[in-house]
Structures are given as C-alpha cells and as structure tokens.
Design a protein. Sequence first.
Length: 308
Amino acid sequence: MITHVSGSRARRSALLGAAAVLAGGTFLAAPAHAAPAHGHSGTKGTAGATAARADLQVSVADAAKVPVRASLNEVSAPRSADRTLLTAEVNGANKGRPLKLVQAEVARSAAKTGADRSSGHVKLAGVRAFAPGLLGKPLVSADLLTATATCEAGAKPTAQADLENVSVLGKPVNVNAPGGQQIKLPGVGTVDVSLEQETTKTASGAATALKLSYEVNPAKLNIVKATGDIVLSEATCETPKGGSDGNEPGPQTGGGDGGDAGSNNGDGGGLAETGGDATTPIIAATGALLVAGGTTMYLVRRRAARNS
C-alpha cells in the first residue's frame, strides 16, 4: 500500500512537470497577433458655386445709405440651382418696387463633393448686370461666363474661368488684356473690371469669370449714388483629406508594451518580427522554473518511495 501511494504521488509529480512543460511551451509559442487594419474613410472636401453676388451701398435722396446684399444661385455641395433673375428691394427707391440686379438666359450653379474629389462649376449665358438707378443699357453684359474649380486628393487643385463678348454700357471690353481695366463713363461714373481671376493653393482653388467694382451717380429713381461690387460666375473648392490605404498595421492583441508590430525602434523592436514583445522572456523564465520545480519534486518523492 505504501509503495502504491508513493507511486501515485510520483505520477502526479510527473504530470505536474509535464503540465508545466506544456504551459511553458504555450507561453513561448504564443505570438502577439496584429489586429486587422481597416482603411478609414477620408474627410470630404468642400465646394461652392455662385452665379452672381452683389454687395452694394445705395444712397437714396434724403435718406441714409442702404446696403444691398444679394446673390443668385449661391450653393454649397452637394447642391445645384438654375434661377435666372436676381432682384433686390431698396427702401425709398423705385417706388418700393424691386430693382433688377442680374438677369440671364441661362444661369446654372453646381457644387459636388466626395471622398476623393470636390468641384464647383458655374455657367452664365446671355447675362446682364444692372446698377441701381442706372436706366437704359445694362452696366455690363456678356454672351458667356463660366468658372470651374476642381480639387482632387493627391493632385494640385485647378481653377479656370472663361468669358465671351463682354461690354460695359455697350462698350466692348478687351477680354484678352491681363489684369483689371478701368472704364470711365462721362457724367455717370467709373467701372473697374477684373477678368478671369484664377487662384490655386496647396489644397484649394477658386475661379471668378468677372468682377465689377463701380461707382455711379445715376440721379434716377430717387437714387443719388450707387457703389460696390458685383461678382459673376464664381466657383471654389477644397481638397478632400484622403483616408488610410488599409495596409497599415493595426493595434496589437495579446502583446505587451514592447512597440508596434514591424517597428525596429524601442525596447521590443527586435522581437516584433516574430510577434513577441518585452514580456516574452519573463514568461519563458517562469515556465522554465515550473519545469525545474516539477522535476525536482518528482525525483525527491521517487527516492523516498524506494527507501520505504
């Protein structure tokens, strides 16, 4: 009976040692797995388009200056518009009836944006812009005004403005002349014309086909003076911020604080290639101690059994 009991204890010790060996092997073999990385969707860019925008100061007889701010088909992505008439009411002028500011045969604005591309586009055909109180011919007219701005991830933004047959109070404007032009209107005032303004930066673009800065003294419709700016056919964009390509390593699971997978920097950098980390040597040492302890206990009890 004594021998049987000692043999059972010895077998239990052997099993304990075998379990320790298996445990140690498990600790040594278990790698730190990298969680799958998923590409993050980027931030969409922005885009805008405006067929016409007026920012004016109108002086009415026997009254203070009246600000006039109005826009035609001013949209932000993702929208479009195609109204063809812009009017504004000026208190004390034109007997309370709206004043016509811009009219066109075709006026379309569209702005689009996505994960990789944003764009704004405007087309004005048969367009006429009027100065409050200035009767007769339109202040400016054009057969065609277009503006396009495009911003694409990974590419330089582009901006383009085009125009055809522009005239101020019936006088043709040289559309091929660089920069701005000033046109004097005897007995009426002055008009500064800026053509085809195109601007691109690292992550944005803007195009304006035509901008007028004027000062006129019409003395009609109870309006003494009108000054300000009219912008025709304007488009803007901002480049989207692209996301990850999905190939970057994700956060580790089962590892410690020995560094990111694939990194050669920091204290666990050399172990990252095999999936280990800084805690692996400690775990391995613990497993080895368990193996040694189990083996020693087995030998001691076996010797005791023989002596009995």
